[in-house]
Design a binder for this molecule. Structure first.
Ligand SMILES: [Zn+2]
Length: 483
């Protein structure tokens, strides 16, 4: 091959690279992840989570219709509050009619919410339902205790008007079981969208104490090498993960492999990563950064350019600084860390146009402060320049979009799932009113009424009638007990 020919060939390859560069740059973006959904017919009934698994067609949720009559409707779309009646059938919002209309099924149950604010259920993007509470006499490694901690905390969330939580690391299979039990309306609580285990490098964030990294039952999953990170992602997927959570530290090859694998499986990836690890993760196409960790203008600019989202979670650090005076004994927070610096990060991310959501990251016994940490987080957003109605839209519509559930949750619109919170006050004018939760509906079920959980008495199932006695000579000797 002559030198001339070789140069011509190289030139052609370069030209092709220029032509395909936008396509290559587009790899691992959310639209590629959603390729997994492209083959589904719109008429196929799918699971109400980001996994979008086809399910048997048919109605879901409780039987009958429910009318919330006479409320102030804050629908979460950004529209101003208006008077109206909200009509729910089974687990779906059917319509909102003017306050003067009574256009609903005759047999509907009617709840008078006059003067109260009817809004989409709130969403919390960052929690750990099973994390240990050192103040309780519990057994750290015991899965039963871990699961029961989750059951208790789910109640605190739903009592706070929160109808969906994203669990971004919990023990073993507990978050998946909690998700299923809530979905079947067998325990009171919000929808659970679990990541399973947090994937990190040996000694990385969350893996420094060495207590929680049991490969099966731990909340932390150590991984090594690109194939090891792919395997860790697939393990969470196999358990039922709706989203993947990773944390620094990792090599560029490891984070790229994890993001590529998660996106191919149809899952978003969120990352607890600091300093240059943010750049590595964003370059790899990660979807979201947790916490106020993007400290530099360079990192924030790169996130804005790539469309990377953020879940800033300022409130856990406010609690840590108030309780301990600082964030100590970790290698993964080696930078200037203060309330003012964190609020400044939030402001700069807003100015850069980064899409952000609300998460509280409550651990130890902080769940007992609810709903106040959630309200505090919203107030941080107001301090960073959001209006109160804007921050309520962030807590509902935007959070649903960040969850990959924007088509099913987050607003009060016909066809959406019936997740509704009713506040005895005007939270669109005063965020403190969010503490006055009166009624909460999740998936069409009334879970909170007059501010507390309602558990209807179970309807006894008829006991079995005696089987007809078979004719003489044909009697079987088998019984359920003998098989
Ligand atoms: Zn966390």
């Amino acid at each position: 091959m002559s030198m001339t020919k070789f140069s011509a060939g190289t030139g052609l390859i370069c030209a092709l690279l220029v032509v395909f560069a936008p396509v290559l740059r587009g790899q691992n973006r959310p639209q590629d992840r959603q390729e997994r959904w492209r083959f589904l017919s719109p008429s196929t009934q799918v699971s109400d989570d980001p996994r979008r698994v086809p399910v048997a067609p048919g109605p879901r949720g409780p039987e009958g219709a429910l009318v919330l009559r006479g409320g102030r409707i804050f629908d979460g779309t950004g529209a101003p509050v208006r008077e109206g009646n909200l009509i729910i059938e089974r687990n779906k919002i059917v319509k909102i009619v003017p306050a003067s209309s009574t256009d609903w099924p005759k047999a509907a149950r009617i709840i008078d919410v006059s003067g109260k604010t009817v809004m989409p259920g709130l969403i919390d993007l960052h929690t750990h339902l099973t994390y240990m509470d050192p103040k309780q006499p519990e057994v750290a490694e015991d899965m039963a205790d871990a699961t029961l901690r989750g059951v208790e905390r789910l109640r605190f969330f739903i009592e706070s008007g929160i109808t969906s939580v994203r669990d971004v690391a919990s023990a073993g299979t507990a978050p998946f079981r909690l998700k299923d039990w809530v979905a079947q309306d067998r325990i009171p609580g919000p929808r659970v969208f679990p990541v399973g285990q947090l994937i990190t490098g040996l000694g990385g964030h969350g893996d420094e104490g060495g207590l929680d990294a049991d490969p099966v039952n731990g909340a932390i999953r150590e991984a090594l090498g690109p194939d090891g990170w792919r395997l860790a992602v697939r393990q969470q997927f196999k358990r039922g993960a709706d989203v993947i959570k990773i944390a620094s530290h990792f090599s560029q090859a490891e984070v790229s492999a994890a993001v590529d694998e998660a996106h191919a499986l149809g899952m978003k990836v969120t990352c607890d990563c600091e300093t240059f690890y943010i750049q590595r993760a964003v370059e790899a196409g990660v979807d979201m950064i947790e916490h106020p960790l993007p400290r530099t203008d360079e990192a924030i600019r790169l996130m804005a350019q790539k469309g990377t989202e953020a879940d800033p979670t300022l409130v856990p650090y406010i609690l840590i600084f108030n309780l301990s005076g600082g964030y100590f004994n970790t290698t993964s927070r080696r930078f200037t860390f203060s309330k003012d610096a964190n609020l400044d990060v939030l402001r700069r991310m807003k100015q850069a146009g980064i899409k952000m959501g609300i998460g509280t990251d409550l651990v130890v016994d902080w769940f007992r402060y609810l709903p106040n940490p959630y309200i505090t987080e919203l107030k941080q957003f107001v301090q960073a320049g959001y209006s109160i109605p804007e921050v309520l839209v962030t807590a509902t519509k935007t959070n649903a979009e960040l969850l990959d559930m924007g088509d099913k949750l987050g607003t009060l619109e016909a066809g959406k799932l019936a997740d509704v919170t009713v506040i005895d006050g005007h939270p669109d004018a005063n965020l403190d009113d969010l503490a006055k939760v009166d009624l909460v509906i999740r998936d069409g079920y009334v879970v909170i009424e007059h501010g507390q959980v309602v558990i209807p008495r179970h309807v006894p199932v008829a006991m079995p009638a005696p089987k007809p006695v078979p004719a003489q000579g044909t009697a079987s000797t088998s019984s359920p007990g003998s098989q």
